[in-house]
Design a binder for this molecule. Structure first.
Ligand SMILES: NC(=O)C1=CN([C@@H]2O[C@H](COP(=O)(O)OP(=O)(O)OC[C@H]3O[C@@H](n4cnc5c(N)ncnc54)[C@H](OP(=O)(O)O)[C@@H]3O)[C@@H](O)[C@H]2O)C=CC1
Ligand SMILES: O=C(O)C(=O)CO
Length: 312
């Protein structure tokens, strides 16, 4: 079995060594420009079109959870990957725990009013504030898939009321499920902390706009862990400045790195990280890919295949 690997920043020799170990009999090689030799599987992140185009592959694996970048490249170059070749993505592989850490730490930060105490400290002000109550701190998670489900579980464990919104109805124990555009308004109405874990698709671009933010509870918070294009950044600033939103924590931006001139950098109630909410953990990802390839070779049903029509 021949496997080609391409990632612009990963430690390629490590990946090749580990994949070879877990898939004995496979010949794993780094794809380099000009390599047109046969391959059965391709493991990729931001692949050059020529890496995939015209190949008789059994499957392609995206080396991350989101497949928006590869799908948008495919839109411009449909011949890069015919529909008959399945595209897989990473399901959790250690990202769920990272998302849980991120979400729990920030929700607790807001819930215990550490943002207010930080602002007071700037003014050398010693002033205990009234407690917030969990019943006024409903967490609403947009996107109840692999990562949204994990985040829901972790916040439930801290006693917060948790609800989720997705295309299809969910049955996550203890989580109130809302489904489809017709239930979005009801989902938002009680939400105090909105956490975004949607995929980037034609339907979700720009979904977090002023109209949506205005439907949240007053003094709400936004945690964007998914993609920058979900948020209309000027409208987010409006919602912060008119105090509909009390704070926002953003891991992702419509342009990355965030341009120096963006007002988000300096906003006193915005905190940010540089797209690190959950990164691909090589050990878990390699084990997952090896397991999936072994399953495919045996003809088993395996999970993780992207529905290209849905866009995730
Ligand atoms: N910041 C970071 O570091 C990282 C960000 N991400 C982002 O997180 C995203 C989510 O990952 P993951 O949980 O694995 O993805 P999944 O595909 O498992 O989950 C996606 C969820 O979104 C829901 N959804 C999709 N479209 C709509 C829509 N139009 N309306 C309502 N709900 C919708 C799906 O609904 P249904 O279940 O009904 O299909 C599903 O519940 C990734 O696409 C990626 O962009 C991922 C990793 C790291
Ligand atoms: O896996 C993804 O989709 C990511 O955004 C990794 O940071």
């Amino acid at each position: 079995m021949e496997i080609i690997f391409y990632h612009p920043t990963f430690d390629t020799p490590y990946w090749i060594a580990q994949l070879s170990k877990q898939l004995p009999g496979a010949n794993v090689r780094e794809w380099k420009k000009g390599d047109n030799q046969h391959a059965d599987y391709a493991l990729v992140w931001h692949p050059p079109v020529e890496m995939l185009q015209g190949r008789d592959l059994k499957a392609v694996f995206a080396l991350g959870a989101g497949v928006d970048s590869i799908l948008s490249k495919l839109k411009a170059n449909p011949e890069m990957l015919p529909e008959s070749i399945p595209l897989f993505r990473l399901e959790d592989t250690g990202m769920g725990l990272q998302m849980q850490e991120y979400a729990v730490s920030q929700v607790l930060h807001w819930f215990r009013r550490f943002d207010d105490y930080q602002a007071q400290q700037q003014k050398s002000e010693w002033q205990p504030l009234a407690d917030y109550h969990r019943e006024d701190f409903t967490i609403g998670i947009m996107g109840a898939g692999v990562l949204g489900g994990k985040v829901a579980e972790s916040l439930l464990a801290w006693g917060f009321p948790v609800r989720c919104w997705s295309r299809s109805r969910k049955t996550l124990p203890g989580v109130q499920s809302f489904a489809g555009t017709e239930e979005l308004g009801d989902f938002l109405r009680e939400t105090r902390v909105l956490i975004n874990l949607l995929p980037n698709t034609a339907e979700t671009v720009g979904i977090i706009n002023l109209n949506l933010l205005n439907q949240l509870q007053d003094n709400s918070y936004l945690l964007n862990l998914a993609r920058g294009v979900h948020v209309v950044e000027e409208e987010l600033l409006q919602a912060l400045n008119n105090n509909k939103l009390k704070g926002a924590m953003l891991d992702v931006f419509s342009r990355e790195p965030l341009p120096q001139e963006s007002p988000l950098w300096q906003h006193p109630r915005v905190v940010m990280t540089p797209h690190i909410a959950a990164v691909t953990r090589p050990q878990e990802a390699i084990a997952y890919i090896a397991r999936t390839i072994t399953g495919l070779e045996r003809g088993d049903h395996v999970s993780g295949q992207v529905d290209r029509q849905r866009g995730y």
